[in-house]
Design a protein. Structure first.
Length: 186
């Protein structure tokens, strides 16, 4: 499997790191794009550099490199995940404003009818955010806000992060052992 993974500057870089770790463990060919603000957020939230997370991917492209392979529909891949996804990036995708490689790659992913998963990070949400999400959902994108589930009794932040990443892996058709499967109530 070959995936494009983009990281924006929204808070929640832990989700991106955990997803990249899981994809590396599954030997997925990851093509990584990290925004300039994501670099700062990674450092602030996790003490990591782009070089640290680049080790979990096969290739990395600069945000302003609109000539990168992932900017073309001829680049074959199985989908794209933007994690976390800032409201600026989400709005740009919803309105076809291909200002950088992240948005261009998402636009290409949608036009080629490939899987696009967005993990928006903002709260509270206003009508503009919700309308942009609705637009993208109607265009086929999967919107997966990081909303924790408590029915499996998470005991740590890692458990909460694993829940979202496990669900993303499920939607990508990837094996995952991060979260238990719901088996009903005894």
């Amino acid at each position: 499997m070959r995936l494009v993974v983009a990281v924006t500057g929204a808070t929640g870089s832990i989700y991106a790191v955990k997803l990249l770790e899981a994809l590396k463990a599954n030997e997925v060919d990851v093509h990584l794009i990290v925004s300039h603000w994501a670099e700062k957020t990674l450092q602030l939230e996790m003490g990591l550099t782009v070089e640290d997370i680049q080790k979990m991917s096969g290739s990395r492209y600069e945000e302003d490199d609109l000539a990168a392979p992932v900017s073309s529909g001829s680049f074959q891949h199985d989908g794209m995940v933007i994690i976390p996804c800032s409201m600026k990036t989400l709005a740009a995708i919803a309105h076809g404003f291909d200002e950088n490689l992240i948005v261009r790659a998402a636009d290409v992913t949608m036009k080629e009818r490939r899987r696009l998963i967005l993990v928006p990070r903002e709260t509270p949400l206003n009508a503009v955010h919700l309308n942009n999400m609705l637009t993208l959902c109607q265009l086929g994108a999967l919107i997966m806000p990081p909303m924790p589930a408590f029915y499996y009794h998470p005991k740590s932040i890692d458990d909460i992060v694993n829940h979202l990443v496990g669900r993303i892996l499920d939607h990508l058709g990837q094996e995952q052992q991060l979260i238990p499967r719901w088996e009903g109530i005894d």
